[in-house]
Ligand binder design. Structure first.
Ligand SMILES: Cc1cc2nc3c(=O)[nH]c(=O)nc-3n(C[C@H](O)[C@H](O)[C@H](O)COP(=O)(O)O)c2cc1C
Length: 175
């Protein structure tokens, strides 16, 4: 099988990460794969915030946990040391589609580099909060940006899970 297709088929969401930091070069390659995703009208109306700072990473985890309504000690990022937050121009009608492809590319790129990943939700709710809008300002990001998702990254602790069986009623051919 073609190695890229094989990579797409064997990528799985990881829910147990080692705490070790990933090399900067690998994070940059994963981000670059995201930047090259197809996007509506070629507008490139998405942004990625790469969080390797533990203090901010833990703060985001806490906010995400509160939004999700879990008990205080739950880490919705499963111990991943890196969070890539994908935002999209809040005024752009294709924002969710564009942001989702960025996330998909990054998860597949991570897997190709033997790095575990998972999409973690609730970025929208986070970036509706004043403190996260303030973070954007601090980073010099102007305008209105909607959170699409987080790509958590880290080395896999344990085995990569097996894929669930694919549902059978999903493909229809007209020949
Ligand atoms: C839009 C979206 C949101 C997701 N949000 C979460 C999440 O918040 N927490 C989580 O553990 N997994 C999350 N996932 C991962 C899915 O649960 C996972 O992709 C699905 O179970 C299929 O497993 P696989 O990625 O290993 O194929 C999300 C995936 C997508 C596409």
């Amino acid at each position: 099988m073609n190695s890229i297709i094989e990579n797409m088929k064997t990528r799985r969401s990881i829910r147990k990460f080692k705490g070790d930091m990933i090399p900067r070069d690998s994070i940059e390659q994963i981000i670059e794969a995201g930047l090259y995703a197809a996007n509506g009208k070629g507008k490139q109306a998405t942004k990625i915030i790469a969080v390797t700072n533990k203090e901010l990473r833990d703060k985001i985890s806490k906010s995400n946990c509160e939004i999700g309504g879990w008990q205080q000690d739950f880490d919705p990022f499963y111990g991943a040391p890196v969070i890539l937050i994908v935002l999209a121009d809040a005024t752009w009608r294709n924002r969710v589609y564009d942001g989702s492809l960025v996330l998909g590319n990054m998860m597949n790129a991570a897997h190709a580099l033997n790095i575990g990943s998972i999409w973690i939700h609730r970025a929208k709710e986070e970036f509706e909060m004043p403190e996260y809008k303030e973070l954007l300002k601090e980073l010099g990001i102007e305008g209105e940006w909607e959170g699409v998702g987080h790509c958590a990254l880290g080395y896999v602790d344990g085995e990569i899970p097996k894929a669930a069986k694919r549902n059978e009623d999903r493909v229809y051919w007209v020949e």
